[in-house]
Design a protein around this ligand. Structure first.
Ligand code: ATP
Length: 240
């Protein structure tokens, strides 16, 4: 089954078509990376797929549920770890997780918080105030919070933005650990990250899917050896 299937998915703002009749499928269990230069339409696509904004036209199915006709059911299957860290700065790691469990009305919030802390190696930091965590650990907490409702499709929006190399590698391990448990859609500007983690990569340009495939397939398609060169060519960054 496809985790995501968009059908001429479109979002228009006044003078801009941010997403232009996008047809994209992501199979269940896949680790998919969505790449593209600034303004290519990635964030708008993710916002439509997670119910944060309605499409202007077209549709998208999340595990068969339409974001247009069955919006609540579709939304319940997804979660986002957003670019801006969504943690409450003054609460501890445990309190942040329990708060989220409470917001979603989950019955056994203590236990769910414990489970997630164990899964993401946060247990040792359970009592630490979020504001005192490093950027990488805050991001890890943000991912734990996104997993609270056991989503089937998890969107990771630039999860390692601004992190140092070591923190980035640590988060890569976290993301690797999620592989297979949940369909993952990663947006990133770090090409190495997509190359390392993703089973498949989609490159957006001008609101459309310019190309998709494995790293090797994309290099072949672009007729170049290095993925960075392939990206520049396919994302339209070389002026073509
Ligand atoms: P980035 O890598 O910079 O995050 P992106 O690929 O995520 O870029 P989007 O943020 O989806 O791109 O933007 C696609 C286009 O839609 C851009 O031209 C942007 O200016 C425009 N856009 C996005 N949101 C809005 C909005 N709320 N109102 C008007 N235009 C918007």
């Amino acid at each position: 089954m496809n985790a995501i299937e968009t059908r001429a998915l479109t979002k228009r703002y006044k003078n801009v078509t941010a997403v232009d009749a996008l047809d994209l499928t992501v199979r269940e269990g896949c680790f998919f990376a969505l790449l593209g230069v600034n303004g290519a339409g990635k964030t708008t696509t993710v916002r439509m797929l997670t119910g944060l904004t309605a499409p202007s036209a077209g549709d998208a199915l999340i595990l068969g549920r339409s974001v247009v006709h069955d919006a609540l059911a579709a939304k319940a299957l997804t979660a986002v770890s957003p670019q801006e860290t969504a943690v409450a700065a003054r609460l501890t790691v445990r309190e942040n997780l329990e708060l989220m469990c409470g917001l979603y009305g989950l019955p056994d919030r203590r236990r769910r918080a414990e489970e997630l802390m164990a899964e993401l190696s946060l247990t040792d930091r359970a009592g630490q105030t979020a504001s005192t965590l490093s950027g990488g650990w805050q991001r890890r907490l943000s991912i734990a919070m996104a997993l609270i409702t056991r989503p089937r499709v998890l969107f990771l929006d630039e999860p390692t933005l601004g992190l140092d190399v070591l923190a980035r590698r640590e988060l890569w391990r976290v993301m690797e650990g999620l592989r297979g448990q949940v369909t993952l859609v990663l947006t990133t500007h770090y090409l190495e990250e997509a190359q390392t983690l993703a089973d498949e990569i989609g490159i957006m340009a001008g609101g459309r899917l310019a190309a998709r495939g494995t790293v090797d397939e994309l290099c072949k398609l672009a007729g170049v050896a290095a993925f960075e060169d392939a990206f520049v060519k396919l994302a339209g960054g070389d002026g073509t």
